[in-house]
Ligand binder design. Structure first.
Ligand SMILES: [Zn+2]
Length: 369
């Protein structure tokens, strides 16, 4: 449908049997356009289930959505943006541990954070996603930082977050966040991240939020961008702790950024899309299959199936116990709606409390495929 293109990434559109669903994961907005391609009524849910009823006048979806935007004062267009600055890279390894180099740890952590933020509707850009530095000729740290910040600034993001590991005397340990100066939104962002890290990483020392005149932070002073620099542990004294808690740290830092941006963190997005491969050696007939709960879950279930080379789909007809016996031949079952399935630990569960929770979980999962 052409009207979706007005919104680019803001809204996503799904065809669902006889009606359409439009939703925006970031704002928890879901609209059901019940009488497809005809004038009539539609209903929508916003946030925690507030029901909207709207009249759809149009022969053309453009008219209908334009009216809606006017009514909502373009509120849905304001997606938040974040630049993740992956510290060091290329010829600049950063600090060095026994097993790893800081530049690679920063990248691993940054990509994990980026994925979580994207799942919550944040537009994420990175200064780098590969092992590279930012100098054309010989490596010069000033040139590297200047070029790095130029990249970050061109996105004019709501949040700039620079990711690092610390190093000192092989004894110092802990996590800290830096802002340029105290008393503003940079400090607020840093405290939000630090607090979340401290509560999630209780095995690590809280070295608090510090005000630091770092070049990368100074350049965002007096701009619309809130900037902070995270030092996730000391690579020369607690490398194993850093490596073992990369997932926890990425969730904590994401939570801190989301909290600062006023976006509710949804735990399920992370837990429900995790898959564990514990079925080695079994003779499966199917690599993947989707088990959806009712026809209302069909469209999002179909999105997943389409991403998995049109894998098989089984409808459970709204009965939780109704799971097709073929499931024993499926290496990776994907449950969409209804109760979660845990008999096969390889299962991906996209099962929300309401239809729209399920739609959100399933489409976020489809995006990762
Ligand atoms: Zn560093």
């Amino acid at each position: 449908m052409e009207y979706v293109s007005i919104f680019h990434s803001q809204l996503e559109f799904i065809k669902l049997l006889n009606y359409n669903i439009i939703y925006n994961p970031h704002k928890n907005l879901i609209l059901f356009d019940i009488w497809k391609n005809k004038s009539g009524l539609g209903v929508g849910f916003y946030g925690f289930g507030i029901l909207y009823v709207f009249v759809k006048f149009s022969f053309s979806g453009i008219v209908f959505l334009s009216l809606l935007i006017l009514f909502r004062k373009v509120k849905y267009m304001s997606n938040k943006t974040c630049v993740l600055d992956i510290g060091h890279g290329g010829r600049d390894s950063g600090a060095i541990g026994n097993k790893t180099q800081e530049k690679n740890n920063n990248l691993t952590l940054g990509l994990k954070i980026g994925k979580i933020l994207q799942q919550h509707g944040v537009i994420v850009n990175y200064t780098r996603t590969t092992d590279k530095d930012f100098c054309n000729g010989s490596f010069d740290v000033n040139e590297d930082l200047t070029n790095r910040i130029a990249i970050a600034k061109q996105y004019n993001p709501n949040v700039y977050c620079s990711l690092h590991n610390n190093a000192f005397n092989k004894q110092a340990k802990g996590i800290e966040c830096h802002c340029f100066k105290f008393g503003g939104t940079d400090e607020k962002l840093s405290r939000s991240i630090q607090n979340n890290m401290v509560s999630a990483l209780n095995m690590m020392i809280d070295r608090k939020v510090k005000a630091s005149n770092f070049y990368v932070l100074r350049l965002f002073d007096k701009t619309n961008t809130d900037a902070c620099l995270v030092e996730y542990g000391f690579i020369d004294s607690e490398e194993d702790v850093i490596l073992a808690n990369m997932d926890k740290a990425s969730v904590a830092i994401s939570k801190g950024i989301l909290e600062h941006l006023g976006i509710k963190f949804i735990e399920q997005i992370n837990s429900n899309i995790q898959t564990i491969n514990n079925n080695k050696g079994v003779d499966f007939k199917m690599e993947h299959a989707v088990f959806y709960f009712t026809e209302r879950d069909f469209s999002v279930a179909r999105m997943i199936s389409a991403k998995l080379k049109d894998c098989a789909m089984y409808c459970r007809n709204g009965v939780n116990a109704n799971i097709h016996t073929d499931i024993k031949y499926v290496k990776h079952p994907i449950f969409v709606g209804g109760s979660e399935y845990h008999d096969n630990l390889n299962t991906t569960n996209c099962c929300g409390e309401h239809d729209y929770d399920t739609a959100l979980l399933a489409s976020n999962y489809a995006k990762t495929l």
